[in-house]
Ligand binder design. Structure first.
Ligand SMILES: [Fe+2]
Length: 179
């Protein structure tokens, strides 16, 4: 396995996840003054992650082009049904207000900005891995926060657990992608 020690330290991602939540909190409070803001933030992050993998699907080049092209397709296609399932859970508990597309666009942008490095020489798979690890930390933070506030129903817990499981798989796939 490639030695992306700094990139793979989970504690780093909990800090960035907390930074993302703090950055988007004013937007979510403005839109919807309830406790499910973190779930709206998770939806925006998931859509940002989809966008990162789909862009990488188009951006790959070089000797492993075809394998990478298919890998990123597998990643973003795996996310599409999750977006719908998280969004519908969100609407079920908090109404449709946080699915507003201008709000979601801002959340996606904030997530993508924090998820990938601005260094153009960073390999695509490393940025993809960073984004997956950040999303995973955010999912775990979302589960813990909702649980602490007694807002985590069994169904919601199961949905978010399934999402976390999928992104553990994505993380594994990207970790095997050695330069
Ligand atoms: Fe394609």
């Amino acid at each position: 396995m490639t030695s992306l020690t700094d990139t793979e330290d989970p504690q780093v991602y909990y800090k960035i996840a907390a930074k993302y939540i703090a950055a988007v909190k004013p937007l979510l409070t403005k839109q919807n003054d309830n406790d499910y803001g973190i779930l709206g933030a998770l939806l925006g992050a998931l859509r940002g992650l989809y966008n990162i993998h789909q862009s990488h699907h188009w951006q790959v080049q070089g000797t492993s082009f075809y394998a990478d092209h298919l890998l990123y397709q597998r990643l973003y296609e795996g996310i599409l049904p999750e977006i719908d399932s998280v969004a519908e859970k969100l609407v079920g508990v908090a109404g449709p207000v946080m699915t507003n597309f201008f709000l979601q666009q801002k959340l996606m942008e904030q997530f993508m900005t924090l998820a990938v490095t601005s260094n153009p020489s960073t390999p695509l798979h490393e940025n993809g891995l960073r984004a997956e690890l950040l999303f995973l930390a955010l999912t775990n933070l979302c589960i813990a926060t909702l649980k602490d506030n007694n807002l985590l129903s069994s169904g919601l817990e199961q949905t978010l657990g399934t999402v976390a499981e999928k992104h553990e798989e994505h993380t594994f796939l990207l970790q095997q992608r050695v330069e």
